[in-house]
Design a protein around this ligand. Structure first.
Ligand code: NAD
Length: 476
């Protein structure tokens, strides 16, 4: 060992302090373990807090205000054109992040979790080297890898800080409001950030390789969103790809192939939102027994154990759905298993929410998965035009549907498209996790007038009679 280096030992070393890492560290500390959490960032929070969920939802909240103000015109209130102060917007975002990051620092301190800023690399299955860190060497009994994921760049083009070709990180920096913005990719990031930039005044075009937006989400849930996006984006081009892209001093020149009239087009900025890949290289896995799959995701079992008995992996780096709340649960399970508890990741329903306008949320089985896997389900839909609450909000385009196992009557999937679906989906998660019957959902009293009634009434419809909609039996 080099003189002057500081070595430490810890029960648990957590690498990465996003929602997977900090949830693991906090749970382990609550269970009595001595925990050290290492991250290159100064404060815990990870991609989610600093350049993902939280900044994007901060901006989406504001873009919803702008869209709502426009909608109010049809209801008798006319606001003036919004004055947008980008500097103030960025400061507000920084404030939100700051408040939450400081909260995490305080929670770490009060739990006795040592938070180190630095870059960790495994030297063996029980030691790691820490670079640019006040501690240079760590011996651990267990480690949890929670290093997350990063945006996939356009082939042959790395993201440059401040460049016109941006990842979600660049787009969330909100350097300016480009007049002409091209978004590559019609997934979560493309649709959410496209909504933000369109509200701020950009003319947004979107190209998507597949023949639909949000592949993997049931088409009937995506349809109301697609219709709305057609009104706020300049255009959406499905089955279209970027053949070439060249950044110049005053724009980005592209050649598009597919559903476009003019293949050669120039934009002020381009957002590349074509997915994320695991951050699993560069952490010294070759010095351990940890195995990765062909896409770089770390292989884990249902206890989040890797193929190295001392090392666990959670969150995006461990594959599966790349969602913060999935990482959080996995982090807790890993901490509990390390503390000797009989814990496992055995969830039946991981909810997903797309924070567009309208939002889409779903959990459990989707209708298209059921069809593809030949799983018999009865699907019951409740269109929001029959909901009093949706009508008061001028939001009749929404849809709530439940999927029921016809043999047992159990709810196996819930999907919702509409305003404010984000909180509504939790009823579906609880129902599926508890093995609830459609009857349980129907007989639970839902407050009136709320959007949650659409779930209760979908379940009532399944049973044959719902208050605000005629059942097929009656209407036919
Ligand atoms: P995504 O996988 O959701 O969507 C990527 C889209 O890009 C796909 O529709 C794909 O067909 C398309 N695509 C791929 N290559 C293309 C190309 N060359 N040209 C045109 N289209 C192309 O990925 P994302 O939107 O980058 O999001 C990354 C991850 O971040 C997601 O998996 C999601 O889990 C997570 N995320 C979640 C939320 C949320 O929970 N609200 C928000 C943002 C991101």
């Amino acid at each position: 060992m080099v003189m002057g280096e500081l070595s430490q030992e810890t029960d648990l070393m957590v690498i990465g302090s996003g929602p997977g890492g900090y949830a693991a560290a906090f749970r382990a500390a609550d269970l009595g373990l001595d925990v050290t959490m290492v991250d290159m960032a100064q404060r815990p929070g990870g991609v989610c807090l600093f350049k993902g969920c939280i900044p994007s939802k901060t901006f989406l909240f504001l873009s919803e205000l702008i869209h709502d103000a426009r909608r109010a015109e049809n209801m008798g209130i006319t606001f003036g054109k919004p004055q947008i102060d980008l500097k103030a917007l960025r400061e507000w975002k920084a404030n939100v992040i700051d408040t939450m990051a400081n909260g995490l620092v305080s929670l770490s301190q009060r739990r006795g979790v040592q938070v180190l800023q630095g870059r960790a690399q495994f030297e063996s299955s029980d030691t790691a080297r820490l670079y640019d860190c006040e501690v240079s060497h760590m011996k651990f009994r267990h480690a949890i890898i929670a290093t997350g994921s990063r945006p996939i760049p356009f082939p042959g083009m790395e993201f440059k800080p401040g460049g016109r070709v941006m990842s979600s990180t660049g787009a969330l920096a909100l350097a300016d409001v480009p007049q002409k913005l091209l978004i590559i990719g019609g997934g979560y990031v493309g649709l959410e950030l496209g909504t933000v930039y369109a509200a701020l005044g950009s003319r947004v075009k979107l190209v998507e390789l597949e023949d639909r937006l949000l592949a993997g989400v049931d088409a009937d849930l995506v349809e109301p969103l697609h219709r709305r996006l057609n009104t706020i984006f300049e255009s959406i081009h499905l089955k279209t790809k970027v053949a070439s892209m060249q950044e110049t001093d005053d724009g980005v020149a592209l050649i598009l192939e597919g559903d476009v009239e003019k293949p050669e087009q120039t934009f002020d900025r381009v957002l590349v939102a074509i997915g994320r890949r695991a951050s699993s290289d560069d952490i010294g896995l070759e010095n351990t027994q940890v195995e990765r799959d062909e896409r770089g995701f770390i292989k884990v079992d249902d206890r989040l154990r890797t193929t190295d008995e001392r090392i666990f992996a959670v969150g995006d780096v461990a594959g599966g759905l790349m969602l913060a709340h999935k990482a959080t649960r996995e982090g807790k399970v890993a901490a509990e298993v390390i503390a000797g508890q009989p814990s496992a990741f055995d969830v039946r329903a991981i909810p997903a929410v797309v924070y567009t306008d309208p939002q889409i949320a779903w959990c459990g089985l989707t209708e298209e998965e059921a069809r593809a896997q030949n799983i018999p389900v009865k699907v019951q839909r409740f269109p929001w035009k029959f909901s009093g609450r949706a009508t008061t909000m001028g939001a009749p385009e929404g849809l709530t549907k439940i999927l029921v196992d016809p043999d047992s009557g159990r709810i196996v999937g819930v999907g919702i498209c509409g305003r404010n679906t984000e909180g509504l989906i939790s009823e579906g998660v609880l129902a599926i996790e508890m093995g609830a019957l459609a009857e349980d959902m129907a007989l639970s009293i839902h407050p009136h007038p709320t959007l949650s009634e659409t779930e209760g009434e979908a379940a009532e419809l399944y049973l044959g009679s719902a208050t605000h909609i005629l059942s097929k039996k009656i209407s036919s």
